[in-house]
Design a protein around this ligand. Structure first.
Ligand code: ADP
Ligand code: MG
Length: 166
């Protein structure tokens, strides 16, 4: 398990950028954290490092978006927020094998999809100011606590590679 404090949005993009070059076809990242945690910000940095074409934005309304990248291995960016179960995610018929797949809100919905993955949990440690707090500016820079855990053989390998790189 890797724990990092990420001070601002730029540093979150940097973290994604450090992850990007480690990833290959078939790799799966699960990004967890409340709305505004920084999941898409991290994915944007990852996409930039991969030379992904097209803007990386929250794919909330399309569920999944595929970006061609410089290496030829596409980046598939999924927002599973509206999906209740892994079954529904399965129904998207994503080809996990040929792409780097990043799933926002994927926790608990990907059972059986892959034997390996990396979970990235992003928390706003100040506690106060969840999305229900209307006085909080969600865009203002504020530290995030990031916990990275690899599962399965490839997940463990990626976690180790990243640990050497952060
Ligand atoms: P999510 O995809 O998790 O809903 P986004 O990445 O779309 O979240 O939004 C995160 C917002 O929080 C952005 O406006 C970003 O500028 C802001 N932000 C402030 N501090 C940080 C930080 N330390 N890390 C990431 N984002 C941050
Ligand atoms: Mg998002």
């Amino acid at each position: 398990m890797i724990q990092l404090t990420i001070p601002d949005a730029e540093a979150m993009e940097d973290l994604g950028a450090r992850l990007g070059p480690l990833l290959d076809a078939g790799d799966l990242l699960l990004l967890n954290g409340e709305l505004g945690a920084g999941k898409t910000t991290l994915t944007r940095g990852l996409g930039a490092a991969l030379g992904a074409r097209g803007a990386v934005t929250s794919p909330t309304f399309v569920l999944a978006r595929e970006h061609p990248t410089a290496s030829g291995v596409p980046l598939v960016h999924v927002d599973a927020y509206r999906l209740a179960t892994g079954r529904e995610l399965d129904d998207l018929d994503l080809d996990y094998g040929h792409a780097i797949v990043v799933v926002e809100w994927g926790a608990g919905k990907l059972d059986g999809v892959s034997e390996s993955w990396v979970s990235i949990d992003i928390e706003r440690p100040r506690g106060a100011g969840g999305v229900e707090d209307v006085d909080v500016d969600l865009d203002a820079d504020e530290p995030r606590l990031v916990t990275i855990t690899g599962s399965g053989p490839r997940g463990v390998e990626l976690e180790a590679a990243l640990a050497a790189n952060v």
